[in-house]
Design a protein around this ligand. Structure first.
Ligand code: CDT
Length: 303
């Protein structure tokens, strides 16, 4: 067995008025709780440092910029790295990233993986951006990720760490089979992701009741079809009037949920994940080298 003891650190709502310092203190408390349960790695959510700001049309550039990190770690996020190092626990963290390249501001929805010594092992930028670039009439909450972020330009790499092969994606990425498959082809053994999923996101009331089902369906299918653990961490509850899905889950390579949150608040769930469990699928039904037929898949990579 190759055990990675992992925790998903679900968060309840982050108010618009909450400071970075307050939010980081919540994350540090969750990290300590994860460590007290024996975890080696804690998975925080998407955009874990602020309220989910893409729900608003923000015209003032300084106001928008304030939601982004220009350095990681920066003065306000340093306590996360210091605590991780002191406790010997790794973490996945989602945040809004602002970089200036050739005098141009570039914005990404980003996640990093930090090892147990507090060093950044890898960075991922969200590829599948949902929502719109322009505000939609008649909506109480916008979803302007296409306005506030560029599609990620780093692909879906994997990293050796925590005794295995680790991968990352973010929220809407989890609904796309290509996300998992690109990492699966690189032998991924654990995919970490955070999500902010408002209930009313399709605008179709009749399918709204399936929101929770589709959340788990996507992650369970991704896990099974690629012989990998999937750790999905929500930011949930009613945040600034927007109702968001919880049900954070730790999913085995069988596709089974082995741990699930029960609240819509800050909550740790944890599980001792055996990375070797993926082998029984990877070496049989999903032996890619033996059974894949890439010639039949060409359409997949065409526009
Ligand atoms: N954050 C994020 O990607 N949320 C989407 C729902 C919004 S779609 C307009 C998701 O896939 O959960």
């Amino acid at each position: 067995a190759r055990i990675v003891h992992v925790a998903a650190a679900q968060m309840g709502p982050i108010a618009k008025s909450e400071t970075r310092k307050d939010t980081v203190a919540r994350l540090v408390a969750l990290m300590r709780e994860a460590k007290s349960r024996g975890a080696d790695l804690v998975v925080f959510t998407e955009l874990a440092l602020t309220t989910f700001f893409p729900r608003w049309m923000i015209e003032d550039e300084a106001e928008l910029d304030a939601y982004y990190e220009r350095e990681m770690p920066g003065p306000e996020t340093q306590p996360l790295f210091d605590t991780a190092k002191a406790l010997g626990i790794g973490f996945y963290l989602g945040y809004a990233e602002l970089v200036v390249e050739a005098g141009r501001k570039r914005r990404f929805n980003t996640a990093i993986l930090v090892d147990r010594s507090g060093a950044i092992l890898g960075k991922y930028r969200k590829v599948h951006l949902p929502g719109h670039a322009e505000p939609q009439p008649g909506r109480t909450h916008q979803h302007l990720e296409k306005r506030y972020f560029e599609p990620g330009d780093l692909g879906f790499p994997v990293w050796r760490g925590f005794g295995g092969v680790m991968g990352m994606c973010i929220c809407n990425d989890r609904r796309w089979p290509e996300t998992y498959r690109v990492m699966g082809l690189q032998g991924v053994e654990m995919v970490m992701l955070g999500y902010n999923t408002p209930y009313d996101h399709t605008g179709h009331r009749d399918i709204d009741s399936l929101t929770q089902f589709h959340n788990h369906l996507s992650m369970q299918a991704g896990a099974y079809q690629n012989s990998t653990w999937v750790i999905g961490t929500a930011k949930c509850g009613v945040e600034e009037g927007s109702n968001m899905v919880g049900q954070s889950a730790i999913i085995a390579p069988s596709g089974e949920i082995v741990a699930q949150s029960v609240s819509l608040e800050d909550e740790i769930i944890n599980f001792r994940c055996d990375l070797d469990l993926g082998k029984r699928y990877r070496e049989t039904i999903f032996n890619f080298a033996k059974h894949r037929e890439p010639e039949a898949y060409r359409l997949i990579v065409e526009r």
